[in-house]
Design a protein around this ligand. Structure first.
Ligand code: ATP
Ligand code: MG
Ligand code: MG
Ligand code: MG
Length: 438
């Protein structure tokens, strides 16, 4: 992509309405535009990151055996009357009427709809286990939408739903999602800690929230700092095998949200120097809720003995759009964003430090062509801004690798390769710069 032809509306001023650094940086970097309270347009740079995050979530869901489908954003109120949640949900639900005065709602979650789909087709235990997910926009009319994508009203969520014949099988499904979540967040460069959590309006008796520690987070949490050092399972993890040793390892170290915190146990189990009482950002939550929806909505399957039983369910959410904010909170400095490579909008930026000079233009064009040919996502700053402004833009938008192309270096056949993560710079030959990035 040539920056001269891209749409990257960088803001010079720090927007006053943004209270936390991730929101400020997303606005300044031209990623996001607020259209109404808690409702955003995703500008090209933000959209690129959103898609990268979504794809990591998708790959790890698929690896764990979940199957992707896509449900609509609008749902019939009657469906929610079956579970009893239409009245229970309260003012967070956006209720809509169509021209025939039929009652609809913009889905805040999809337990009812997925249960309706399941019961229409699945009749036997032989079709289980089954885990279906989608990545779809949700609407919750939050009382206080704030902090940009962290607490939007319209936001992108991955939600998966598992169906099993009994509790033991459902717990295995829960464990698979637990491990998939460990891997998902680690791939994005985040330390997200699974913490015991309250189940809330979804119901059930087993739940973990995945929390990224941050002062700006809205959840108060308690944990043993040891949990930060636990190993994340590799991509060779066997989802068909026994995952309980991994789950045991992660759940035997104290980590709990404020709602379920046990002060006495915390004091007893965690040495003083390892006690962490801090705040965090909820980037995902997993639930086992048993037969709550299947009983209410008659999602029954025949067991091996032919007797029909309600299936045991779980649901598993990831805040895909919230993750952009969480990653920026964890990865930034005073100059801007430092995207982890896995989610960066572009992997590399070429900075032409003397636009219009024959040698720098030629070298940049060559680098640009070669990187594209090798499949590297590259942004070429070919604008006629001065060098200082180009440095500032590249740092602000957080491109992991910057290739600085100036007349001095080119005289020796070199360019400068700068790593955004630690600011380190190195002079390398042109061909070497391409080789490093491929
Ligand atoms: P919160 O406690 O922050 O209100 P929640 O517990 O109500 O979130 P869940 O029902 O568990 O949310 O939804 C799954 C995930 O969706 C959450 O873990 C979070 O990452 C994300 N999420 C929930 N509400 C919002 C929101 N208003 N804006 C952005 N992401 C959200
Ligand atoms: Mg909520
Ligand atoms: Mg919550
Ligand atoms: Mg939650």
């Amino acid at each position: 992509m040539r920056l001269s032809r891209y749409f990257l509306p960088i803001l010079k001023e720090t927007p006053k309405e943004a209270e936390i650094v991730s929101h400020r940086l997303m606005l300044r970097a031209g990623m996001l535009r607020q259209e109404a309270a808690g409702i955003y347009a995703w500008l090209p740079l933000g959209h690129r990151v959103l898609k990268k995050i979504e794809q990591i979530v998708r790959e790890e869901q698929n690896r764990a055996g979940a199957i992707e489908l896509l449900m609509p954003t609008l749902q019939l109120a009657d469906l929610w009357r079956e579970s009893g949640r239409y009245d229970a949900y309260g003012p967070e639900m956006l209720r809509i009427a169509d021209r025939h005065k039929r009652e609809l709602l913009y889905g805040p979650t999809n337990e009812e709809m997925i249960t309706e789909i399941f019961r229409a087709y699945v009749k036997s235990y032989k079709s289980l286990p089954l885990n279906l997910y989608h990545i779809q926009w949700k609407f919750r009319d939050e009382q206080r939408p704030r902090f940009g994508v962290m607490r939007g009203r319209e936001f992108l969520m991955k939600d998966a739903y598992s169906f099993d014949i009994d509790e033991a099988a459902a717990r295995r499904a829960y464990n698979r999602m637990f491990v998939a979540y460990l891997r998902t967040f680690a791939r994005m460069g985040l330390k997200a800690i699974p913490m015991r959590a309250e189940t809330g309006p979804i119901g059930g008796d087993l739940s973990h929230e995945f929390i990224v520690l941050a002062e700006t987070g809205e959840s108060a949490v308690y944990c043993d700092s040891e949990v930060l050092n636990l190993p994340v399972p590799g991509e060779d993890v066997d989802y068909d095998g026994d995952l309980t040793p991994i789950i045991k390892q992660w759940t035997s170290v104290y980590a709990a949200t404020e709602d379920v915190h046990e002060a006495e146990r915390f004091d007893r189990e965690v040495p003083a120097e390892r006690k962490l009482h801090t705040r965090g950002i909820e980037v995902g939550q997993i639930f086992y809720f048993g037969t709550k929806y299947s009983e209410a909505m008659k999602a029954l399957v025949a067991g091996p003995d032919g007797v029909e039983v309600p299936i045991h369910g779980g649901s598993y959410g990831v805040g895909v759009s919230r993750l952009l904010g969480a990653i920026i909170e964890a990865c930034h400095d005073e100059n801007g964003i430092k995207w982890p490579e896995a989610v960066a909008p572009f992997r590399a930026a070429i900075l032409n430090l003397k636009q219009g000079a024959a040698e720098t233009d030629a070298a940049c064009e060559q680098l640009y062509r070669e990187l594209i040919a090798k499949g590297v996502d590259v942004l070429y700053d070919d604008t006629d801004q001065r060098a200082g402004a180009k440095f500032a833009t590249a740092d602000l938008i957080g491109i992991p690798w910057q290739i600085l192309v100036g007349p001095k270096g080119l005289a020796d056949g070199t360019v400068e390769l700068k790593r955004r993560a630690d600011g380190s710079r190195e002079n390398v030959a042109l061909a070497e710069a391409v080789a490093r990035l491929t």
